[in-house]
Design a protein around this ligand. Structure first.
Ligand code: C2E
Ligand code: CA
Ligand code: CA
Length: 746
């Protein structure tokens, strides 16, 4: 009897216990789902906000181009319809607008192509005459089929401040499309832009499934049970707020919407909720396994039960903080731990923000899988570098965050350099053997953490952007100077158009000599920015900036054109000229229209391509197989192509195998190594290699007699460097050309 009772009791207790465990596990599962959903929303917001910032800077760039033009027109006394082509044709070509022109105060627009049309009913016109700039939704190109956006900026008279008309320019909509092809959520996320009333302005490949031109209509017509979600979104949008909804269209999706700060547009970022399910399922599965095993253990009456259970539960909960790509900490986990460490105030800490320079390109060229693989490798490197009391995590795309501790700043910087090098050496593919990470630091000396974590992210991010895309420096520590540098960059950007208009940019010429040291065989054109007050800004200050913001394209075009014209002028004066090499920036090479543009300039100026050589850098040459045919075409057109800065990268020989350059330019750092045994061996070998591949070799940055003699003995082809001549204005270079003619008795 007693025995039976005790069995019953045990069974009852056991049953109750199992029930409790099951209920407990269910609560856990739902907690995890919620935690993951929260996280997914956070990343959706991060991606959305990041896209919005990209959009903003794209719009600002475009508007600032057009504002530059409007300001210039504002200074003219009058503008007649018949002058539009002459005034703006050049701008249209350089900036690659589709259409461009002026809308006069009667609403009649004249394009650079001499066409005339009535735009008086358009919003652009109505806003323009009130002095406001405007951007249209998706419209058809004025004369053609392509979808474009029209940007309009009023022309304000410089003297009377009255509105004289409106400049308009249209841009191909596909430019935004590329911008919006985001790479998050394992390639499942996408974005598009709509107007407040829901009209689609820009869609992406993935978003194109909507047949309708209006987002709200599409959601109502094609999805079920979306009424509530649509109503919430419409309300938020009408009040200019950002927010989330969950809606159905073929499947359930999450949508984050955020208004643009510049124009009356909304940016939508979407991710299917299946992404969430894919993340939750393995965790729930694991929960179930643990549940069953826990019951078994409980039934066995194991004493270790409570302990094991506790540990495993903890593990399950921790999964909510795991990043799906790296398997390590995600952003939520990083923030949580970082906050705790900051509150401890025990050590000096540094918040580090890290990302790669061209991650988007890696995804585009090699695919998401390779991109994710790279992110995983980056994480492995970062994880290994951590000490106790430190934390790191993967935020979005290729961005990582670290909170490091340090004793003194030197030691910290050495660590940062080590991490940078290790990540730089991660290879993606045989065509991309090195990646370029940029790091930004925000220092938090012990007991001095006054800023909020959010602000710290911003400061570290700002510091990172200072070095982004630079080859010479890879990390920066946030300080007042960085803020000043940002201001200075802004100033350079703002002055750019003024500079172009007032001919402040000019090519200087640095002579190249035959190895005999006597015969002038060519020159390199190097841009100089000489402001009206006489101050000269060297390219090192603005080229990297302009490479980042795209202004390099019009600048390179200008220098190319000026060199062509100068060569032609000398020819016409009967001077026997030498080939001049012009630098082409990487960013430029990727632009589709560049070939035709250069061809057109050559034929308009009337100079033969043999007098204009082109310098491209090594990284440009190997970054992208796609430019090889382009280079081949330039060669077919008669240009000699010089491989610039040879020796500054790692897999230099790769590019030589892939494409036949005419000349290899040995970088100054090589030449500086003359005097060291290893350096000299390397040079001798490189010269032989170049020659065996049928290339000439020009040594750059030759400064001393010793360097010159060494290069001569080892049969380098040509010399460029201060030892012979520094870069000089055209007038001075002309003297050298004339002297050479005299010597040759011409
Ligand atoms: P780069 O193409 O490697 O040009 C050679 C640089 O080395 C020039 O600097 C030149 O003045 C300098 N240099 C030449 N010989 C010596 C020497 O013996 N000693 C020393 N210390 N320096 C020497 P610069 O003119 O300041 O130009 C810097 C960089 O800016 C160029 O490097 C090039 O990458 C870029 N750049 C210049 N003009 C243009 C341009 O029109 N377009 C583009 N995209 N980039 C340009
Ligand atoms: Ca060069
Ligand atoms: Ca160079």
């Amino acid at each position: 009897m007693i025995r039976r009772k005790s069995i019953e009791q045990t069974l009852l207790l056991g049953g109750l216990f199992c029930l409790a465990v099951v209920v407990g596990m269910m609560i856990y599962s739902s907690k995890i789902s919620k935690e993951l959903e929260k996280q997914l929303m956070q990343s959706l917001k991060d991606v959305g906000d990041q896209n919005e910032m990209t959009l903003e800077s794209e719009l600002e760039n475009k508007f600032s181009l057009i504002e530059g033009v409007a300001e210039w027109l504002g200074k003219l006394e009058t503008i007649k319809p018949s002058q539009v082509g002459d005034l703006l044709g050049e701008f249209r070509n350089i900036y690659e607008f589709n259409d461009m022109g002026v809308i006069f105060l009667d609403g009649i627009a004249y394009t650079t192509e001499g066409e005339k049309l009535n735009l008086s009913k358009q919003d652009a016109f109505k806003e323009g005459i009130q002095g406001k700039r405007h951007i249209s939704g998706r419209i058809k190109k004025i004369f053609g089929e392509e979808d474009v956006n029209m940007y309009t900026v009023p022309i304000i008279g410089a003297t009377d401040q009255k509105i004289k008309g409106i400049v308009f320019a249209t841009y191909d909509i596909t430019q935004f499309r590329t911008l919006l092809e985001i790479t998050s959520f394992e390639g499942n996320g996408y974005s598009y832009i709509m107007k407040r009333d829901g009209e689609v302005v820009v869609d992406t490949e993935k978003a194109k499934i909507y047949g309708s031109e209006n987002v709200f209509d599409a959601m109502t017509e094609n999805g079920e049970n979306n009424e509530e979600a649509i109503a919430k979104m419409k309300k938020d949008v009408s009040e200019g707020k950002s927010g989330y909804i969950r809606y159905n269209y073929e499947e359930q999706k999450y949508l984050y919407y955020v208004p643009s700060k510049t124009v009356d547009w909304y940016l939508l970022t979407i991710v299917p909720s299946r992404v969430l399910k894919e993340r939750v399922t393995p965790i729930v599965w694991k929960t179930n396994v643990i549940c069953v095993s826990t019951i078994l253990i409980a039934l066995a009456g194991s004493a270790g039960f409570i302990l094991t259970n506790k540990r495993q539960n903890k593990e399950v909960f921790e999964l909510a903080y795991i990043d799906p790509i790296t398997g390590g900490n995600n952003y939520a986990k990083f923030s949580k731990v970082a906050q705790e460490l900051l509150e401890e105030k025990k050590k000096n800490l540094a918040l580090v923000s890290l990302d790669l320079d061209k991650f988007k390109l890696i995804n585009e060229l090699f695919g998401f899988e390779k991109g994710n693989e790279l992110i995983k490798k980056m994480w492995d490197v970062i994880k290994k570098e951590l000490r106790s009391g430190e934390v790191s995590g993967h935020s979005v795309a290729d961005q990582f965050l670290m909170l490091l501790s340090y004793e003194n700043q030197d030691e910290l910087e050495r660590r940062i350099q080590r991490i940078q090098k290790k990540i730089e050496n991660l290879s993606v593919d045989k065509y991309m053997k090195e990646t370029n990470p940029s790091l930004g630091l925000y220092l938090i000396p012990k007991g001095n953490n006054v800023a909020s974590l959010d602000n710290m992210y911003n400061y570290a991010g700002m510091a990172r952007r200072v070095v982004k895309g630079r080859k010479d420096e890879h990390y920066a520590i946030y300080n007042e100077e960085i803020r000043d540098k940002m201001l200075e960059n802004k100033m350079l950007e703002d002055r750019f158009f003024y500079g172009i208009e007032h001919r402040e940019f000019q090519p200087w010429y640095q002579p190249k000599y035959d190895i005999d040291g006597k015969t002038l065989i060519g020159a390199e054109a190097l841009v100089r920015w000489i402001k009206e007050d006489g101050e000269m800004i060297l390219p090192g200050k603005f080229i990297p900036l302009f490479e980042q913001n795209g202004l390099i394209t019009p600048l390179d075009d200008l220098i190319f054109e000026m060199v062509c014209k100068q060569q032609k002028e000398w020819l016409d004066e009967g001077i026997s000229i030498v080939p001049v090499s012009v630098n082409i920036s990487r960013a430029h090479l990727f632009q589709g229209t560049f070939l035709q543009q250069y061809g057109k300039t050559l034929s308009e100026v009337g100079i033969s391509s043999e007098y204009i050589q082109l310098e491209v850098t090594e990284s440009a040459a190997k970054e992208n197989k796609e430019i090889f045919p382009l280079i081949q075409e330039l060669k077919n057109n008669g240009h000699k192509i010089l491989l610039d800065d040879f020796g500054t990268g790692y897999s230099s020989l790769m590019s030589l195998e892939e494409i036949k350059f005419d000349t290899l330019k040995l970088d100054k750092s090589f030449v500086d190594a003359i005097g060291s045994e290893r350096g000299e061996k390397l040079i001798v070998y490189t010269i032989q290699l170049a020659k065996s591949l049928g290339m000439e070799i020009t040594a750059e940055g030759v400064e001393t007699e010793e360097q010159y003699q060494f290069l001569k003995e080892n049969e380098c082809s040509n010399i460029q460097g201060y030892y012979f001549a520094k870069p000089m204005p055209a007038k001075e270079f002309e003297k050298l050309l004339r002297e050479q003619m005299k010597k040759e008795g011409q």
